[in-house]
Ligand binder design. Sequence first.
Ligand SMILES: [Zn+2]
Length: 351
Amino acid sequence: MQRLLTIAAMGLVAGCPVAALAQAQPHEHNGVCCHETFPPDSIAVAGVPGAAIHPDVPEGYVLIEGDIQVRLADYLAYVNGADATFGTVTFWPVAPIAFDFAANVNATNQQRAIDAMNAIAARVGVTFVARTSQSNWIRFNDSTGNNSPVGMQGGQQTINIVSWGSQFVIIHELYHSLGFWHEQSRPDRNTFVTINLANVCQNCCSGSSCNHNFNIVSGATTYGAYDFDSFMHYDRLAFSVNGQNTIIVNQPFTSQWQNAIGQRNHFSYFDEITARGIYRFSFDRWWKPGAAGNTSGNLLNPMNNPTFAAAYNAAPAGVFMFIKDNANYPAVGTYSKAMTIQAPNGATLGN
Ligand SMILES: [Zn+2]
């Protein structure tokens, strides 16, 4: 996931041109829920390609890519070419993230949201707490679409949900709020997938072209290999006009991933590891020689020790030590305390 990190993702609408707005409800194709279409009651914004407004999207924001809320001013700058910082994300501070519910969310759906948050907290070092007086928080709202802003906005931010029955749709939207974009909007995505605009609907997205839903967020930061398995990836038929693939998985990955992208039923390895790196558990440490350096190192600000032995000596006993990059590191030394080593990008330890 590109993670800052664009983690990226979404799915959508086979055969949507006929009465597109009326059809733009979540539905299934090939077992993949194409939930990330624009809500049926959204309206295109004149003069702002790819953007829509919706009654449940906060004032000053528009929807892009089907389910992402962005500030209109930021998006206008982006479409006019000032995109270098568009992907910049504000992550939440290390503290419980507060949430509450709009009055229209019933008890069953409140529990579904809580279950989704608990599923994240079981794998990532974040906790969620019912809001008391916190100044920054997530409000869940029962809506006609699924959408969220990317990262912490400051004050109240809204996650709109229609697909309450799909835990991974709720998790996907929560990941947006945690700071992740769609996987296929990574700056390096063209190496891994090809967008076939000939199959993209030209009037399904609030009545206009869906091409902009495949934009690259060039200001986003990535971590790890391109993740076809991410729940932040669109599926192959995203915004298709004709039931033909809009996302073509490039060789040599085609046979493995063409029909698998867009899953909404599990955490991929990097869905978990990247978010866990940013929101680290107390027992996690990330290490990267030459980084800015911090003994509590996380993915974005790793420990900076010249050798593995030095990083080992600086870290508390019992931690999970993540080696950030793929390289061969000197590691000669004496090791006598327990530690679990992981190298998500691959690494070797040598002389
Ligand atoms: Zn999304």
